[in-house]
Design a protein around this ligand. Sequence first.
Ligand SMILES: Cc1cc2nc3c(=O)[nH]c(=O)nc-3n(C[C@H](O)[C@H](O)[C@H](O)COP(=O)(O)OP(=O)(O)OC[C@H]3O[C@@H](n4cnc5c(N)ncnc54)[C@H](O)[C@@H]3O)c2cc1C
Length: 302
Amino acid sequence: MLKYDVVIIGKGPAGLSAALYTTRANLKTLIIGKNDSSLRKAAKIENYFGFSSAVSGDYLLNETEKLVLSFGAEIVDDEVVSIEKTGTFKVITPNNEYEGTAVLIATGQPRKKLKIKNLEKFEGNGVSYCTTCDGYFYKNLKVGVLGNKDYAVHEAMELEAYTGNITIFTNGKELEVSQKYQNELSRFRINRKIITELNGADFLERIAFDDGTSEEIDGIFIADESASSVDFARKLGVMTQGNSIITDKDQQTNLKGLFAAGDCTVEFKQLATAVGSGALAGRKMIEYVRELNKERQTNVIK
Ligand SMILES: Cc1cc2nc3c(=O)[nH]c(=O)nc-3n(C[C@H](O)[C@H](O)[C@H](O)COP(=O)(O)OP(=O)(O)OC[C@H]3O[C@@H](n4cnc5c(N)ncnc54)[C@H](O)[C@@H]3O)c2cc1C
């Protein structure tokens, strides 16, 4: 497994800002993310420090990416499907696994809720967002995973510890799965119909589709698009409030060594606050890693 002092998940302003600090402090830093920062949608930014005329989000991100690369950061275009606490942290993508002493979640705003009738009604009663938390309740039962990408396949694989009866529901979308996960798909049933409604009495019993058909189901796990900040938080037991991760004044979550910054944490979701909270997280991760290294050295000498 590739080892880093700091693994940053997200290459928007929060993640890149943190990397400016960690790289210049000589910490081995990896940034994992895609080119879909919400700032890329902003053609004209007029409320950021240092520019006398409007500047595009693309320009700011591309220039900052060049800067962090020049300071020695590594950037990987990939999607994180899981973070595990293993003493340090294991960060898992469809293509690789990375070890980080400190990890920053800077994945932006969590995705919007799916518009499926009764989805909210059955949350906690057949609808789950966390295989680690709830998989056990579905031992030997018939479950579904809703999603069409790597994250959905990863979650289906997590559920195999409990049941062999798993369907991936793409909700009308085509599967977009990396080569590694393509090879796993044969173990799951794939349903490509559009889901219209969930039905049941107190607990989920049936899933209905737009062609008028339906099928029985005991539980469905939502793993739509990429894993979001709240998905990571749920699995790691990190405290959240609504759709935000709760951090202390140092941008650290309730899990030591796990930090969060940017739109997934702050109420005022703006470039300036993403850069600011990312910078603070960067500084505090430097202190965290140095302190840990010092402790390790002292233990070796003893
Ligand atoms: C249309 C629009 C216009 C805006 N205009 C302005 C403006 O004028 N001024 C202003 O101050 N703010 C503006 N904003 C807000 C600003 O863009 C955000 O506040 C800012 O981008 C938040 O930064 P972030 O780093 O927290 O998240 P983001 O910029 O959203 O970056 C998130 C990063 O996380 C990555 N990621 C997500 N999930 C995963 C995963 N599972 N694995 C790996 N990587 C992952 C993404 O690929 C992305 O790289 C605008 C936003 C929009 C949508």
